[in-house]
Design a protein around this ligand. Structure first.
Ligand code: PLP
Length: 221
């Protein structure tokens, strides 16, 4: 087993210890800043997808490993919508009707998640929780809406914010009549809390590629 595969196995065990079935929690290896060889190692170890947060960095990596599933997890500027059209299996970061329209113009049924700012931190992108249901209705008319995404709070217990996202997903299901199976929440420093709150998709970078998260670095990205 490669060191990466061993770390992946250990994370799946930690998911199990939260009471969840690891088979029901997809792992997106967030490979931003990592070289192509590490992306390949991650994909071959059996992660469900590779995640990138910058379009410019992602496109050449994606061309070098076309057999992998690639997700865009980072903020997407409207003027880049044309570039990502049809290239990613899932875009996690739709947070406005304008962005959804630009994506729709290029690729009508691009699978997407709605990013919600459940922890209300200024620096984070994402739609306000109060506006999420309305936006979900709009986006589902334009794109293939699959669920919701959030980044946990920088400080304090992340579980309430994750539970809030799970509750919003239920409201969005009722409002749209769609199954919206994906709850993309949980990173290296908070994935166990996210699992307890019902995450179905973790976005893991440092803990997968480096094996640990140094204190003081939690949520610093
Ligand atoms: C970098 C990044 C991650 C992974 O962060 P880690 O703390 O290294 O696990 C997850 N989601 C997004 C949007 C990111 O930009």
């Amino acid at each position: 087993m490669s060191p990466f595969a061993e770390r992946l196995e250990a994370i799946r065990e930690r998911i199990r210890l939260t009471g969840r079935d690891p088979a029901e929690v997809a792992i997106v290896a967030v490979s931003k800043g990592r070289p192509a060889a590490q992306c390949r190692e991650a994909w071959e170890a059996g992660v469900e997808a590779l995640g990138e947060n910058r379009v410019q960095e992602a496109l050449p990596k994606l061309e070098g490993l076309p057999e992998a599933q690639w997700h865009l997890v980072g903020h997407l500027q409207g003027n880049k919508a044309r570039l990502v059209s049809g290239r990613f299996a899932l875009i996690h970061s739709v947070d406005s009707a304008g962005l959804a329209e630009r994506l729709a113009r290029n690729d009508r049924r691009q699978p997407v998640l709605l990013q919600v700012n459940v922890s209300r931190e200024e620096a984070k992108s994402g739609v306000d929780p109060e506006a999420a249901v309305t936006l979900a209705r709009e986006v589902s008319g334009l794109l293939a809406l699959r669920g919701l995404m959030a980044i946990g709070p920088l400080a304090g217990d992340p579980e309430p914010a994750f539970r809030r996202l799970a509750g919003l997903a239920e409201e969005c299901r009722q409002a749209t009549g769609l199954p919206l199976p994906v709850l993309s929440m949980g990173m290296s420093g908070d994935f166990e809390a996210a699992c307890r709150a019902g995450s179905t998709m973790l976005r893991l970078g440092r803990i997968l590629f480096e094996g640990s998260v140094r204190k003081g670095e939690l949520g610093s990205q």
